[in-house]
Design a protein around this ligand. Structure first.
Ligand code: RIB
Ligand code: CA
Length: 311
């Protein structure tokens, strides 16, 4: 394997769509997944850690360290997404726990350490609430100087939310953490909920991809069945996988059409967790978010299908 692969650290709250994004990363030859740092979000930390370990085991990636991180948002409790992903975050299929345990090192410390080990080359992809990344910034404000690129799945750039009418789950779960991250990184890439809605998969296609003769496809078919049924009842003929789109953007930015604007997050009142985008450039501060507007759907779907069939 060429050693000029891009080091990729994934901060995540697996979660069914997180799992597909992680499988896409495992399948990409241009990137080396150097670790999974785990946060509470979709479901509690005990489950998100167990899910990450199990996914690595199914994919034959026991070499990838899994680090447990923050079990709660920085300040205020927030509702999880167990109704979407299952009580255990992986469709409640009752899988056998992975043989391996998480590393002893806390995820926040691992983020800081790995940023030094891969200074200037690190691709950091955040697929869950930004609690771990925010705490890493509080411990080491120089973190952004060592991260080559940050890609965030979060927000709803025109306030079409999914956990409240106006807020997307990840930013709503820990808005203070999102604020800290969005203010600390001069620039970051953002794949939001509205982009996710615009890049759904036909259920029939996902069914076919999950029918591949591969261990990952079989496992993914099982853990995603509940949320795909949930989506079919509520969102029509397409299934939406937010973290997968963010991962496609991260792994292959050439497939993206983007626009850069100043983005912030509301912390108070009924708009708590809502991402605010200065589309007209009236804010004197420079643009910080490179927002995904459109992605090459065929390339996106080919990447997902390949990742499921890979192992
Ligand atoms: O709003 C979608 C996001 O919230 C995804 O990352 C999903 O996994 C949940 O964490
Ligand atoms: Ca997620």
């Amino acid at each position: 394997m060429s050693d000029n692969r891009i080091p990729l650290l994934i901060d995540t709250d697996p979660g069914v769509d997180d799992a597909l994004a992680i499988l896409m990363a495992f399948d990409d030859l241009a990137h080396e997944v150097i670790g999974l740092t785990i946060v509470a979000g979709n479901v509690g930390l005990k489950h998100t850690v167990a899910n990450a370990l199990k996914l690595c085991e199914v994919a034959g990636r026991g070499d990838i360290p899994v680090f447990a991180g923050c079990a709660e948002p920085l300040l205020h409790p927030a509702p999880d997404a167990a109704d979407v992903h299952g009580a255990d975050g992986f469709g409640d299929i009752g899988y056998t726990q992975a043989a391996r345990a998480a590393e002893a090192e806390h995820a926040v410390q691992a983020i800081i350490r790995l940023s030094h080990e891969h200074a200037g080359r690190l691709l950091l992809v955040a697929l869950g609430p930004l609690t771990n990344v925010a705490l890493a910034l509080k411990l080491d404000p120089t973190l952004p100087s060592r991260v080559a690129r940050l890609v965030v799945m979060g927000g709803a750039v025109n306030a079409r939310g999914n956990i409240t009418p106006f807020a997307e789950f990840n930013t709503h779960f820990d808005p203070e953490a999102a604020h800290i991250v969005f203010e600390a990184f001069e620039t970051f890439d953002l794949a939001d909920w509205e982009a996710t809605l615009a890049h759904g998969f036909l259920h029939v296609d996902v069914d076919a991809w999950c029918a591949a003769d591969a261990e990952c496809a079989r496992f993914y078919d099982a853990i995603s069945r509940k949320t795909r049924a949930w989506s079919g009842e509520r969102r029509g003929e397409r299934w939406h996988s937010a973290d997968s789109l963010a991962m496609a953007f991260a792994l292959a930015p050439e497939g993206a059409e983007t626009a850069s604007h100043r983005l912030s997050v509301s912390l108070d009142g009924p708009a708590r967790g809502v991402t605010l985008v200065d589309w007209q450039g009236l804010d004197p501060r420079p643009a910080n978010a490179r927002i995904l507007l459109r992605y090459d759907q065929a390339a996106f779907e080919a990447r997902v299908a390949r990742a499921l069939a890979a192992i």
